[in-house]
Write a protein that binds this ligand. Sequence first.
Ligand SMILES: [Zn+2]
Length: 73
Amino acid sequence: MTCEDAHLSMHDYISGELAAEHYKPLMDHMDECMNCQEFFRQTAHIQTTMRDFMLYEAPSELQTAVSSILANA
Ligand SMILES: [Zn+2]
């Protein structure tokens, strides 16, 4: 798995869409790749922040806009 593949898998993993067969290669890659560990940490943090923001802070129009952006990402 390349770092690029790992990044794509991370997005799927965070959004709950990662296929089971891609999980182990991703974890194996992250065991060995500090760059991807850091990328995953930051990406997970951004996604969590965005979700909290959508749930608790944003007006409904913005929630709808963010939802459609995430759905198309
Ligand atoms: Zn990597």
